[in-house]
Design a protein around this ligand. Structure first.
Ligand code: ATP
Ligand code: MG
Length: 488
């Protein structure tokens, strides 16, 4: 309630009390004129007036009237008449009973009235909250939700001015016909502290908007008259609306990103398809020439062999590019087969033959290792990323080791080089998409995708990929594949 309302209320009570007293005096006058002679009847008449006043106006008015009624009753109707004394003790009892009845009945009727007023107010608040929540549910995604919420609050709660601060956007939105021109700093402060503030008359309220205890904004409302509970509910609804809009935005961005990845992967599929036809023709031609070695001169055969090998490499690269883009788009399709790890590693290493010259590259594994179920194409792709890195990031003559062993119920494959290695603090970062160490940028070609894709492949197999080894020594990548109990 505002100061004006309170001041008006005090004058109203005084005026109504005076009117109440006047009614009591009127009843007294009528009775004295001889229309009513019996004191009991007069007493009941006073009681009815007091009850009527309590029901119509309130407790204060009824108390004022009942006190005057007691005085009149005593003075005019209880012997000795015309004096404020009472001769008969029985009349004392009657007077006290009258006063007590008047006060208790006034109090009860006033309480019932207050409860009715409160119930009406609650109902009105509930209706306003309902209309606000309905508007909030129907927000237009094309406009900022904060702006719409400020407008809806002003409409539903008849607020002359509303200002809403959305911390995530850093914007203040306004609603209502009036304005709160100097409120911005206060809104930001309340959003920061998470503590409500109001002016002395509670005419302007500034409340924090919190979600899970975390302030996400604040709202200032001028001339809002509602209970603390309703205000709390209102602010919670605004918080939910802001958060809902934020999650919807994130979801639509993620969906857009997913669609773009899918589009990329489809495009790559199409390009790969286009590549495959000429590659198959070249391969067919080179195979046919090489199948009859006597038909061509030795130098032509040598060139044909190069063409044949490079066609194989190109085909492998095209297939890999397609698989990698599929993994990027979250479409990893794992087709597991039982594999003998040492021979599998030897085969993968052999595909690097031309780049291994002058380097000792070995596969170290016991021959009786159990077979493991995995997708040979995908795991070969992952291991190839690690071998490719080892060849790129360690000196050309330094050795490269591939090891395989069963450790803690999983097949552990390690790719170990003797380059500069990767410092501890970057051992997780290098698995992020497009992350490349500063030392590699500009000196070694690459996109920063290899390790990310390799880890995704291992994850799709229920395994893991991480970096081990002492810091300062060469890189040691450890792939772990779960053993699924197949033996060849
Ligand atoms: P891409 O593999 O996509 O062609 P890339 O090799 O740069 O490019 P990743 O394989 O993801 O990308 O490697 C990320 C970064 O981690 C590399 O840029 C490099 O700085 C570092 N790195 C990876 N392997 C090694 C290694 N064996 N030794 C030293 N640094 C490495
Ligand atoms: Mg790489």
């Amino acid at each position: 309630m505002s100061m004006w309302e309170r001041r008006l209320g005090v004058w109203g009570t005084i005026l109504r009390s005076t009117a109440g007293i006047a009614i009591v005096l009127l009843v007294t006058a009528v009775a004295r004129m001889g229309l009513v002679v019996n004191a009991t009847t007069v007493g009941f008449a006073f009681l009815i007036v007091v009850l009527g006043l309590a029901t119509a106006w309130g407790l204060h008015e009824a108390v004022a009237a009942s006190l005057v009624a007691v005085l009149c009753f005593n003075f005019f109707f209880l012997p000795p008449l015309g004096r404020f004394t009472i001769a008969d003790p029985e009349n004392w009892v009657a007077l006290c009973a009258f006063l007590a009845t008047a006060l208790v009945a006034s109090h009860l009727s006033n309480r019932a009235k207050m409860q009715a007023v409160e119930a009406r107010e609650r109902q009105q608040e509930t209706e306003r909250l309902y209309s606000f929540s309905r508007s909030i549910l129907l927000t237009d995604t094309a406009q900022p939700v904060g702006q719409q919420a400020a407008r809806f609050i002003a409409q539903a709660f008849d607020c002359p001015a509303v200002a809403l601060y959305d911390a995530a956007e850093g914007e203040v939105y306004r609603g209502g016909a009036g304005d709160l021109p100097t409120i911005d700093d206060r809104l930001k402060q309340v959003a920061l502290d998470g503590v409500r503030s109001s002016d002395a008359s509670r005419l302007l309220m500034v409340l924090p908007i919190t979600l899970g205890g975390r302030p996400i904004g604040s709202v200032a409302m001028l001339g809002l008259s509602c209970s603390d509970g309703a205000m709390e509910a209102l602010v919670n609804l605004v918080a939910i609306a802001l958060e809902r809009a934020r999650s919807a935005e994130i979801a639509s961005k993620a969906e857009a990103a997913r669609q773009s990845e899918e589009f990329k992967s489809t495009l790559l599929d199409a390009i790969a398809h286009e590549f495959k036809t000429p590659l198959t023709s070249i391969k067919a031609a080179s195979t046919s020439i090489l199948s009859e070695p006597d038909r061509v001169a030795p130098d032509v055969r040598e060139f044909t062999e190069i063409i044949d090998e490079e066609t194989d490499r190109l085909t492998l690269l095209v297939n890999e590019a397609v698989r990698m883009s599929q993994i990027e788009a979250g479409k990893v399709l794992v087709e597991k087969q039982a594999q003998h790890v040492p021979s599998f590693l030897a085969h993968v290493l052999s595909t690097f033959q031309s780049r291994l010259e002058g380097r000792a590259a070995t596969v170290e594994a016991a021959d009786d290792l159990p077979a493991v179920l995995f997708d040979p194409d995908l795991i070969a792709l992952a291991v190839r990323q690690l071998i490719d890195n080892a060849l790129k990031y360690s000196p050309p003559e330094s050795p490269l080791r591939l090891t395989a062993a069963v450790v803690d119920g999983a097949m552990e494959i390690r790719v170990i080089d003797q380059g500069k290695g990767i410092p501890e603090k970057e051992r997780e970062k290098v698995f992020q998409v497009y992350y490349r160490r500063n030392t590699s940028k500009g000196t070694v070609p690459g996109t920063g995708l290899g390790l990310h894709i390799a880890r995704e492949i291992l994850k799709a197999h229920g395994g893991s990929l991480h970096i081990e080894g002492a810091s300062g020594a060469g890189a040691e990548f450890c792939l772990r594949l779960p053993l699924e109990g197949v033996r060849i």
